[in-house]
Design a protein around this ligand. Structure first.
Ligand SMILES: CC(C)=CCC/C(C)=C/COP(=O)(O)OP(=O)(O)O
Ligand SMILES: C=C(C)CCOP(=O)(O)OP(=O)(O)O
Length: 294
């Protein structure tokens, strides 16, 4: 199977399941569910859930029983996008090719739609009765730690604090990217390693892969913010500059950022080598991240 077919198949599995999970007609809180579904089902590459499922397959496991855990990751990601776009944060009006949640539903409902997706994700994980309860406990801990104040929420706070400060340097930038974005990719991989009974040597390879693929993804995101095409990207170009963000492009140059992304990608591909043929998708995913346009 080639990269595109694999990616599309997995993305469709995730989309189909997500559409089943959050029905709008079973609740007196219809408008809230509508707002949650609006962002969740607006498209999106579904990289985090696909990554989780593909690591399970790289470990030789059947990924299907873990689809809901992968969907929970997408719920948390969608929440983070809704909140990231709010006027109090990046104040962006376009996401996944559509007006942002607060533009359509107002700030109050957008905040609650984010809160709803975040909490629903953990409910969904906790109700997976067919999975070993200790593995679920480990996954809940791993994902909550990654998404919370020690991870993504902390990273987002650091991002806000760093606005206008180009002196954070490479170390600051690494911390920012690792916590804001990288931890969620790492959590996808860690949860797959827990659920898929990864051996210590496989864990080690996956850890190095996670670090470098997260970096590749985020440097490319920084590059696309300057050099991307809004119509393809589905979100505003120039948002980082508008908000005076410290990024690989605003601190270094476009060319240096491209070199850094290439180095990180090469390190990720090398790290996945010992995982063998079954991990082919993980290597191709990193190559895709370098050239993605959306
Ligand atoms: C707790 C919260 C709200 C976390 C937000 C994490 C997140 C979506 C970062 C995206 O960063 P970005 O602003 O660089 O991405 P984009 O370019 O997609 O806006
Ligand atoms: C963390 C960042 C940089 C936000 C965008 O993530 P994606 O590029 O994965 O966005 P979608 O495809 O899910 O919309």
């Amino acid at each position: 199977m080639n990269f595109k077919t694999y990616m599309n198949e997995k993305r469709m599995m995730v989309d189909t399941r997500l559409a089943e999970l959050l029905q709008t007609d079973v609740t007196p809180f219809g408008p809230l569910y509508e707002a949650m579904n609006y962002s969740l089902m607006a498209g999106g590459k579904r990289i985090r859930p696909v990554l989780m499922l593909s690591v399970l397959e790289a470990l030789g496991k059947n990924a299907a029983p873990y689809l809901d855990i992968a969907c929970a990751m997408e719920c948390v990601h969608s929440y983070s996008l809704i909140h990231d776009d709010l006027p109090a944060m990046d104040d962006d009006a376009l996401r996944r090719g559509k007006p942002t949640n607060h533009v359509v539903f107002g700030e109050g409902i957008a905040i609650l739609a984010g809160d709803g997706l975040l909490t629903f994700a953990f409910e969904l994980m906790a109700r997976q009765r067919h999975i070993d309860p200790d593995k679920i406990r480990q996954c809940l801990y791993t994902f909550a730690h990654a998404a919370g104040p020690a991870g993504m929420v902390g990273g987002q706070a650091f991002d806000l604090q760093s606005e206008g400060n180009k002196d954070i340097g490479l170390d600051g930038l690494r911390l920012l990217h690792r916590s804001k974005t990288g931890v969620i990719f790492k959590a996808a991989i860690d949860m797959a390693a827990i659920l898929g009974d990864a051996e210590p040597s496989q864990r080690q390879a996956l850890d190095t892969y996670a670090l470098n693929m997260g970096l590749t993804f985020q440097i490319t995101d920084d590059i696309l913010d300057i050099a991307g095409d809004e119509a393809i990207l589905g979100k505003p170009v120039g948002s980082d500059v508008k908000n005076n963000k410290a990024t690989y492009v605003t601190i270094f140059s476009l060319e240096e950022a491209r070199n850094m992304a290439q180095k990180a990608a090469a390190a990720a591909i090398a790290a996945a080598e010992p995982l063998g043929e079954k991990a082919w998708f993980l290597r191709e995913l990193v190559s895709y991240m370098l050239v993605r346009t959306m």
